[in-house]
Write a protein that binds this ligand. Sequence first.
Ligand code: PA5
Length: 426
Amino acid sequence: MIKVDVSNVISESEIAKYSDKVTKINKMINEKTGAGNDYLGWVDWPVEYDKEELERLLKDAKYVRDNFDVLVVAGIGGSYLGAKSALDALKGLKGKDKPEIIFIGQTFSPNYTAQVLKYLEDKKFAINVISKSGTTTETSIAFRLVKDLLERKVGKEASKKMIFAVTDKEKGALKTLCNKEGYSTYVLPGNIGGRYSVLTPVGLFPLAAAGVDVKAMLLGAKEAREEFDNDDLKNNKCYRYAVSRDYMYRHSHPVEMFVTYEPQMSQLSEWLKQLFGESEGKEKKGLLPTSATFSTDLHSLGQFIQDGSPILFETILNVLNPNEDVSIPSDELDLDGLNYLAGKKMSYVNQMAYQGTLKAHEEDGGVPCNIITLEKMDAKTLGYLYYFFMRACAMSAYLLEINPFNQPGVEIYKKNMFHLLGKKGY
Ligand code: PA5
């Protein structure tokens, strides 16, 4: 489904040196024996997911699709980026589909929050609140605000049929509220952490409501699981990529830049930044994940990448066939000199920009580039891709001897903020 070329980053002989380590770690992942092993539920999720729950979810999602102008999705981090990235990648940035999906709770921004609330005033909207812990402050405040607006618009009783929650099976304030109010509730399994949860109801509810074929996504992930659960470093694309990252880290390239040529894939880069950053950035170790969208960023970061400090390598996601395309028109006067491109597709120009940039960065700039080539971007490919990266991330983090599934550093800002806000106990 995808091609992965790591040849510009690491040689076959260097890859082979990782063989013993990869064999050991792959066994650890399959047998769930490594650090953080109680968070490896995502490994078998594409075959073990709750089929009955999925059918219920699809029914509710259809109800939302058929009856509302807007679905407001409240969540942050792993409870936000999966759905947002998939929605953009599959539906584009300027879709006319109903319901419109609006995210909230991923920021404390008063401007953004007020704008969303104002926008919703005259819209028929439902709410999807997503929080594993049920206590995340950004999500909780946003949910309180939209719930209040909805209750004022339609009444408390009616609103209960318009609120859909994804949370822990048993624990947390949100779960308690769901039980009390009788909201339709879906489970984020206890053994799957937020940034590994895109293929659970966390991602699937909003995506299904938006009309995405979520069964195809799960199928893609299932194929990836079957393909990548082995230690064959000659053929396992996922582990070859993981090893190339480790090699870069150990050879003076501490920054990985995820590159796409599609603005609608820039949120996928955000998801990747969270996945790798939060999984690996511990104990003073880890690559810094960054991202760029070309050609936009060639006119801003391009100079640095070509000619600045040689600290980064690129991982490029190149989609060969776009879902939509336009042709460049001919112009009688040709004052802009573009008639040499008349009749050519934008996708052709984009691919030539990709090839020209790759040559410039690799050959002239000395920037090592991994290339991940996708025939097309559809739900199945995307499900496959999410699994590919999650598994690569687990392998990479274990190569660094780090627990990929905790995030102790994230708590420190929260403690300080709670203290400043006057929360009891802080
Ligand atoms: O990856 C993670 O675990 C985090 O990004 C969480 O998803 C994020 O903090 C939101 O947490 P919760 O779902 O508990 O509200």
